[in-house]
Design a protein around this ligand. Structure first.
Ligand code: SAM
Length: 246
């Protein structure tokens, strides 16, 4: 059986805490940036949008005012959390590498979940899934946290207070081997729940990292006409149009 790395605790046993790590209102500006790209990248503004790796539904909570959203994620806990925020959206369990819904959407969106594609083969499969679900002339927007050229090792911290529970975390991104296609993101979470003793949990995420050229070549190979768009937060994202015939 192929080796499947364990899913991060944040999407498993800690999924119900996700909105205290990453709060939906904090996504308003980024979702608006994505909305503009989704609206402008295709031949016509989209009516329905498929999001792959939709997580807690934070982006979707803003995008759903503009588009009919179908949300796919591989984590049951994250889908449940997203449902609590985005009741009117369709939620489907699936792996972005292999899911096949058997229908076409006006546009496809993949936000930071694309970082979990850790080999060129995985990335190609995810881009292929996006293409297969995108109608000819439709838009596809991919928003990786970094490309190889923009990677910097960072330490950040954050967290929010919820009803009866709070989280604070430190996050450390580190690339032990710049010649391979991965880097690591380690989190130390401090979890406070009512008057229970504070809990400390370590979580290890492995992210994929690819050069701008690899991204563009793979996008063209699978059948998109892509361009690189700098975003207001220093990232390079990819806005693409599905070419008419493959
Ligand atoms: C950081 S969260 C995404 C948050 C999202 N951008 C939002 O707006 O809430 C990353 C998500 O990617 C999902 N994920 C990771 N690998 C996946 C895969 N192969 N297929 C589908 N979902 C995947 C995880 O389950 C997790 O929910």
């Amino acid at each position: 059986m192929p080796f499947e790395p364990e899913q991060p605790k944040l999407y498993g046993e800690l999924a119900s805490w996700f909105h205290l790590v990453s709060s939906p209102p904090d996504y308003a500006e980024e979702a608006d940036f994505a909305r503009k790209l989704l609206t402008e990248a295709g031949t016509a503004p989209p009516r329905n949008v498929l999001e792959l790796g939709s997580g807690g539904g934070n982006n979707a909570s803003h995008l759903r005012a503009h588009f009919e959203m179908t949300l796919v994620d591989q984590s049951p806990g994250m889908l449940e959390l997203s449902r609590s925020l985005n009741r009117e959206c369709e939620h489907i369990i699936g792996d972005m590498k292999t899911v096949r819904l058997g229908r076409l959407f006006d546009a496809v969106f993949v936000h930071d979940a694309i970082m979990y594609m850790t080999t060129e083969g995985d990335l190609r499969q995810a881009l292929d899934t996006a293409l297969i679900h995108c109608k000819p002339g439709g838009a596809a927007v991919f928003m990786p946290d970094v490309v190889r050229e923009t990677f910097v090792s960072l330490t950040t911290h954050g967290g929010h207070d919820g009803e009866g529970r709070s989280i604070r975390y430190i996050e450390w991104t580190f690339d032990a081997n710049p010649s391979d296609t991965t880097y690591t993101v380690d989190f130390a979470y401090l979890l406070r729940e009512g008057d229970k003793p504070l809990r400390v949990v370590h979580d290890h995420h492995v992210f994929g990292i690819f050069s701008r050229e690899v991204w563009l070549n793979l996008l063209r190979d699978v059948g998109f006409d892509p361009k690189v768009v700098p975003d207001p937060w220093g990232r390079e994202v990819f806005a693409a149009r599905r070419i008419q015939s493959r």
